[in-house]
Design a protein around this ligand. Structure first.
Ligand SMILES: *Cc1c(COP(=O)(O)O)cnc(C)c1O
Length: 473
């Protein structure tokens, strides 16, 4: 196993191969292929306790240097990652069912992405697109315009984080409509900046002690079939649109902002008809319908974008997480007339659409298309659902199994009731971590375990991770 120093030395030699060898010759061997990702043994292997001594040492340094306000799920420090595993600094190899929160969808340090980054970085790392532009930014916007639902004229703008994309989508919707009110939904999550805290539903840990929050944000009921299954999607939507009409007034609403599958909220998939009815209400009232696909987008669910399952064409769509295999990049894509409604200079930012991040995004999109990532996400769903269904038969505290593609979750409850069991979620996830499987929790009640494996994980590793889960339920 490589130490961090060895890995760094390898990266340096790749860098020094030079532009003529790697960049300009289409027949150049793919150096990256042999250096990253694929050469990490695809096994779960624990050689120390979790955390091991080097991680403990680094955790101590972390406590001394890093704000206590920055959260942590596992106390292990990473050496490298790829395929379906994360290797820590003690040499433990963990199975990754988190993808860095739905980011490394095509696999951590995918060779094609590493190659693209390695080709772009020596050319230039930054100029600011608003000062002296470059092709990569335009090319990413073209891809977003092509891949997002609907064949209307579209335009895009790029930013650094999901929260920043959501904030800008709201700015654009307000400028376009000349209205102020923004409608969001129970259990929704849209980020941690001031405006996006207001848009986010859950107090702890996202909002507690951080107010005051931005005004003109209205939260509506969300279709949550496990908990409101006696109502159809259309009925819950009618409840929401009636509230909008009576409490805000459709003519005052700039945007309806919703995650087509809620991420942090616990992978809540609204009942069929819910999103369609909201979108129809938006169209009828001149409201911009924004699909926040920051977690659900880019092949995570087995479609490019989760809203496609509902046959809804959103006016605007926000993207980030899975777009660039871990390089910070986010986008807003929307109807051209909306995106052009903002005065010149009204959108932007120093780093937005960084050239290295754009190169990574273009490579990621190419990989998703050539490796048919949507099909792989669907296969993962089939494999995992069969295993999770079998677990639910034996363990009645699994109240619900839901999600799409490689975005699946179980909701834990007191058997036979809807009573959330957050203690079980925390006990099970800790046990999985201790046995070398990275799982994440979610949900307003903290009682959901969510699974976001990279699509590069092998079926064998996925089965092994699910064996560990089953043994700890
Ligand atoms: C993660 C997330 C965000 C915020 O993205 P950041 O990059 O963390 O700012 C917004 N919306 C959704 C649906 C997310 O999952």
């Amino acid at each position: 196993m490589s130490t961090p120093v060895e890995v760094h030395a390898k990266a340096e030699s790749l860098y020094s191969v030079g532009m003529t060898d790697v960049v300009d010759s289409p027949t150049a061997p793919d150096h990256a292929e042999t250096l990253f990702g694929p050469d990490i043994p695809q096994v779960r292997s624990l050689v120390t306790e979790i955390p091991g001594p080097r991680s403990i040492e680094l955790m101590n340094r972390r406590s001394g240097a890093v704000s206590a306000g920055v959260g942590g799920t596992l106390p292990v420090f990473v050496d490298r990652a790829g395929g379906g595993v994360i290797v820590d600094v003690d040499g433990n190899s963990l199975i990754d069912l988190g993808s860095g929160i739905a980011v490394t969808t095509i696999g951590n340090a995918h060779p094609a992405v590493v190659k693209a980054i390695t080709e772009q970085a020596p050319r230039f790392t930054h100029t600011c697109f608003m000062v002296t532009p470059y092709e990569g930014y335009v090319a990413v916007c073209e891809q977003l315009n092509r891949l997002t639902p609907g064949d209307h004229a579209k335009k895009s703008a790029l930013f650094n984080s999901g929260a920043e994309a959501v904030e800008n989508a709201v700015k654009i919707a307000r400028a376009y409509t000349g209205r102020q009110a923004i409608v969001v939904f129970e259990h929704g999550y849209h980020g941690r900046t001031n405006l996006t805290m207001a848009l986010t539903s859950k107090n702890m840990p996202y909002k507690h002690s951080f107010g005051p929050f931005a005004p003109e944000v209205y939260r509506m009921p969300m279709s949550y079939p496990f908990r409101d299954g006696r109502y159809t999607g259309a009925e819950v939507a009618t409840w929401a649109t009636t509230k909008m009409d009576k409490e805000i007034g459709g003519a005052n609403i700039a945007a309806i902002l919703i995650e087509p599958i809620q991420g942090e909220g616990g992978f809540i998939v609204p009942a069929t008809g819910f999103l369609k009815e909201l979108s129809d209400y938006a169209t009828a009232n001149g409201i911009v319908f924004i699909s926040d696909e920051i977690q659900s987008g880019f092949c995570r669910t087995g479609q490019w974008f989760a809203i496609e399952f509902d046959h809804v064409v959103p006016d605007m769509i926000t993207t980030a997480k899975g777009i660039a295999d871990g390089m910070p990049l986010a986008g807003v894509t929307g109807r051209a007339e909306m995106m052009d409604a903002v005065h010149a200079g009204g959108l932007g930012g120093t780093y937005g659409g960084n050239p290295v991040a754009c190169a990574a995004a273009l490579a990621s999109i190419h990989v998703m298309e050539t490796e048919d990532s949507n099909t792989r996400a669907q296969q993962i769903e089939t494999l995992m659902r069969a295993r999770l269904n079998a677990m639910a038969e034996a363990h009645p505290h699994i109240g619900d199994i839901r999600g799409r593609g490689a975005m699946l979750a179980i909701e834990l409850v007191t058997p036979g009731t809807l009573e959330p069991d957050a203690e079980a979620a925390s006990r099970i996830s800790k046990a999985c971590h201790g046995e070398g499987v990275v799982v994440l929790s979610a949900g307003t009640f903290g009682n959901v375990l969510r699974f976001l494996p990279p699509l590069s994980i092998s079926d064998e590793l996925l089965h092994e991770a699910l064996d560990v889960l089953a043994a700890n339920l």
